[in-house]
Ligand binder design. Structure first.
Ligand code: FMN
Length: 389
């Protein structure tokens, strides 16, 4: 059920004004506040008041339809819309993401050593552009803490969860680049039994040197090392939007050779997409001068182009996950029609609120009807344009 423009949903009513400008409530503080509430709800979800509240959220936000379901790399997805990595870095709300309508959620990035990340402020709203700049630097409690938290939440076993749960792994800042594989492997060993899939994140712009691991030789060594983990979950790689075409082709080649489960495109960008002169009111400096990765609406075109390139060089068999600037059903359709089996949202979900997920799912179903397609799986890579209802 959509919300009529005259009756804004509670998210828009209460948070809309806070999210409408760059200043005011600090972006990271707002995120932490919401996550704190979600953590309590996830941990104590059996208590009657919380059970009722979560059931009400699920009723409002979930859309069940067989046409949205897919089976990919051994995981059953109830729908193609997921929460992107970086919001629930420590897995505090792992047990309840399905209540928000998501078919999957990616926890992390988690590193083998817990770390504080970069100094604050490190997350900035660009409200007029529906975008964000972040240089969080993998702030997280570490792989062992994530494992403990997931165990404390008593999640169903992988394969039996209402939403698929991926775990996104990064390199600890203190670990030198030539020891990166050991660092990822240590996290994987702890988390493999709990993850439906694992993402090798080599694309965050906020850990010095990390993106060098996208080099074909280094990435191949890393994947081969991680694959040696007994009972290794499906392995995915997440890439940056700033790769040259030749490097994108190399990832596609590697994915085929190494049997990667999927590739996720894309992380945040170092490009400023023509917004270099835009001043950040919090620091008084321009986007060109500020470090960090750009996400949200300005990233949409580039993330789509990278996905298209991947699809062209990898062919139709490699599952792709599209992320970057998806903030509407139309943007999600565009990514699926270009070859994404699944999509993820982050910045758009913050600005639009939880209603975005059912809006996307309803919009996708309407496109299937309009184009006479039987399922989302049939729409992947179909190249058909968005049709206005
Ligand atoms: C505040 C913030 C933190 C993020 N942290 C991570 C992270 O830890 N790991 C990761 O792989 N991506 C991270 N991302 C990138 C998102 O997962 C996503 O790839 C990117 O933001 C593009 O999607 P969007 O335009 O929908 O936000 C982060 C993004 C934001 C805005």
């Amino acid at each position: 059920m959509g919300t009529s423009p005259s009756a804004p949903d509670p998210w828009q009513r209460f948070l809309g004004p806070l999210l409408a400008s760059d200043g005011g409530a600090d972006a990271e503080w707002l995120s932490e506040l919401s996550l704190g509430g979600l953590a309590l709800a996830s941990r104590w979800r059996q208590l009657p008041p919380l059970r009722l509240a979560l059931a009400a959220a699920a009723k409002a936000l979930q859309r069940h339809d067989r046409r949205l379901e897919q089976s990919l790399f051994g995981c059953q997805f109830s729908n193609p819309v997921g929460l992107a990595a970086g919001f629930d870095k420590n897995g505090v709300a792992a047990a309840i993401w399905h209540c928000f309508g998501f078919g999957f959620a990616e926890l992390g990035t988690v590193t083998s050593l817990g770390q504080a990340g970069n100094p604050r402020p490190r997350l900035f709203r660009l409200a007029a552009e529906q975008a964000a700049l972040n240089r969080m630097g993998f702030n997280n409690r570490g792989a062992a803490a994530l494992r403990q938290l997931l165990e404390a939440q008593q999640l169903p076993a992988p394969g039996q969860r209402p939403a698929v749960l991926g775990v996104n792994l990064g390199k600890s800042r203190l670990t030198p680049l030539d020891r990166a594989a050991d660092d990822y492997a240590a996290s994987l060993e702890l988390l493999a039994p709990l993850a439906d899939y694992v993402v090798i994140n080599v694309s965050s712009p906020n850990t010095p040197g990390l993106r060098e691991l996208q080099d074909e030789t280094l990435l191949r060594q890393l994947v081969e090392r991680l694959r040696r983990q007994p009972a290794c979950p499906p392995l995915l790689v997440k890439i940056a939007p700033d790769l040259e075409d030749a490097a994108i082709d190399a990832v596609a080649r590697l994915a085929y050779d190494e049997g990667l489960a999927a590739v996720i495109a894309t992380n945040t960008s170092l490009d400023r997409f023509g917004l270099g002169a835009r001043l950040l009111s919090q620091t008084g400096r321009s986007l060109a001068e500020e470090a960090g990765g750009l996400s949200g609406a300005p990233l949409r075109g580039r993330a789509l182009a990278v996905l298209r390139r991947l699809r062209a060089s990898a062919g139709p068999d490699l599952p792709l996950i599209g992320v970057g600037g998806i903030d509407s059903a139309e943007a999600a359709w565009e990514r699926i029609a270009a070859g994404a089996c699944l999509v993820q949202v982050y910045t758009g979900w913050i600005y639009k609120g939880p209603e975005l997920v059912p809006q996307i799912l309803e919009g996708l179903l309407a496109q299937l009807d309009g184009h006479g397609l039987p399922s989302i799986a049939a729409a992947v890579g179909c190249g058909l344009p968005w049709r206005e209802a």
